[in-house]
Design a protein around this ligand. Structure first.
Ligand code: ZN
Length: 476
């Protein structure tokens, strides 16, 4: 259905294509938004978290207001918004606070890629993450090393879809993921890694979680349902339909690996991030309608996985703080229900889907598990293949900051870091020992002045060990 908008076969330069997607993302039509929501309910999704992406240098609040103005009268299921921080200033910092306190936003997305367009440098990421922590929001990150990608694109003279993956290999994603986790940890801010696309990046997230970091990783339907071998397809239009950032990986075992981590809770949630208008997954990379079926087909056809996958759906509601309003059938919760037939099958095709794009990256995939009825706040909006939606039925869902699910551990960490430092056991011994070595006396002076500085104590200990290992052995 519809047209593919900005993508044409004559546009051979991926960079141009990507930039056009940016523009598309900023100027999408309300009709496209309506079609997107229709696709969601047809696929068994009852709530959408979309992205507001202000242009570099422009007001976050104005971009948010514009989005609400377009969306509120068009949406046919409930929705909420993440807001992107695409540049940094005191004004941006203030607007983040206003959005959190007054506008129902509790998540902000930062880009480590798309240099000169949306990318933040490390010091800006640090400031943005610190502000997220201050206002009780969750920092989301598009994790790819934008500098490296820009250099590689130039040096390789990228001209085709296969080059898209070549200039942004797995380590480019893994490095940025690690860096984002390190920066978030430095300010003790919760981090949500959007669209984890590679084994390497997934492993970074998984390791960090095992180290106790408050980080969540989200693989998307495209990464779970297909792979990057399509970039080498001889049909340029076919290959180009799979272009997204970060790219799908050519290693065909990647989707299975990501699904395993999802079932283990090493990765926490699933999404599409295509959001039709997203700069990352762009217009042609569909997912919202097929997300549930693809996950079901890849993850649940083994029934043991059902409880874990159910949890991944609930996790998102908890992380972004709209549970139990959503994600639960109970009094005072919204009556959002999907009746799912696990045995029914359907074949995914662009000919039958509801998305406003004429290509489907899951084309031909036979899926077990089909939504039969979708109910949005008590109203049947989809039944047996028929949509029964009206524009404006959906509501904007205000989300409060300081999600308990996320901030409980953040607050505990803050508490622990406030406790007095552990006394340095060898201090008296060093004082006696120091009289023998002048350099130590000097360092000891600093040590006494900054008695709580643990790093100084550690470096002093290594200094003594180095200068006089025989004597030091008596003390350590
Ligand atoms: Zn992204």
């Amino acid at each position: 259905m519809g047209t593919r908008g900005c993508l044409s076969c004559t546009e051979r330069c991926i960079r141009t294509v990507v930039l056009k997607f940016f523009l598309y993302s900023l100027t999408y039509t309300s009709m496209a938004m309506y079609a997107f929501h229709q696709a969601a309910v047809a696929g068994g999704t009852t709530m959408i978290l979309d992205f507001v992406i202000p242009q570099n240098g422009k007001s976050l609040l104005e971009a948010y207001d514009r989005w609400r103005k377009t969306a509120d009268s068009k949406v046919c299921c409930d929705y909420s918004l993440h807001v992107a921080v695409t540049w940094w200033s005191d004004k941006v910092k203030e607007e983040m606070e206003t959005l959190t306190k007054e506008k129902g936003i509790n998540s902000f997305k930062m880009f480590m890629a798309y240099k000169d367009v949306f990318m933040l440098q490390d010091d800006q990421l640090y400031a943005a993450f610190a502000q997220c922590k201050e206002v009780g929001a969750i920092a989301q990150v598009h994790a790819e090393n934008g500098d490296l990608i820009a250099e590689k694109m130039l040096s390789m003279g990228i001209t085709g879809p296969e080059g898209h993956e070549l200039c942004r290999p797995e380590e480019v994603e893994a490095e940025a993921t690690q860096r984002a986790i390190t920066i978030a940890h430095a300010v003790n801010c919760p981090l949500y890694v959007v669209h984890v696309m590679s084994k390497s990046a997934a492993k970074v997230v998984s390791d960090a979680r095992r180290d106790g970091r408050v980080v969540f990783g989200e693989p998307i339907a495209a990464g779970l349902g297909t792979d990057g071998t399509h970039y080498w397809n001889k049909d340029w239009a076919h290959a180009a339909a799979f272009v997204m950032g970060p790219p799908l990986r050519p290693d065909p075992s990647t989707p299975g690996y990501l699904m395993d981590l999802l079932a283990n809770d090493d990765l926490s949630v699933t999404g599409t991030d295509n959001c039709t208008f997203s700069v990352c997954q762009k217009a042609v990379v569909n997912g919202v309608e097929d997300r549930m079926s693809v996950i079901w087909e890849k993850g649940v056809v083994c029934p043991d996985n059902i409880p874990e996958l159910y949890l991944t759906l609930i996790n998102k509601d908890k992380i972004f703080n709209f549970y139990p309003q959503k994600g639960r059938i109970a009094k005072n919760s919204d009556a959002d229900v999907v009746i799912w037939d696990p045995k029914m099958t359907r074949k995914i095709s662009a000919k039958t889907h509801h998305q406003a794009v004429d290509y489907n990256i899951f084309e031909g995939m036979e899926c077990h598990g089909v939504p039969v009825i979708t109910i949005s706040r008590g109203k049947v909006v989809y039944e047996d293949g028929q949509l029964n939606v009206s524009p404006g039925h959906g509501r904007f869902i205000h989300r409060k900051p300081f999600s308990e699910f996320v901030y409980k551990r953040i607050k505990q960490r803050d508490q622990v870091s406030k406790e007095p430092p552990v006394p340095f056991p060898c201090l008296t011994k060093i004082q006696n020992f120091s009289k023998k070595i002048p350099q130590i006396s000097e360092n000891l002076q600093n040590l006494q002045e900054e008695n709580s500085n643990n790093s100084l104590k550690v470096s002093l200990k290594s200094f003594i060990l180095k200068k006089s290992p025989n004597l030091a052995r008596k003390f350590f």
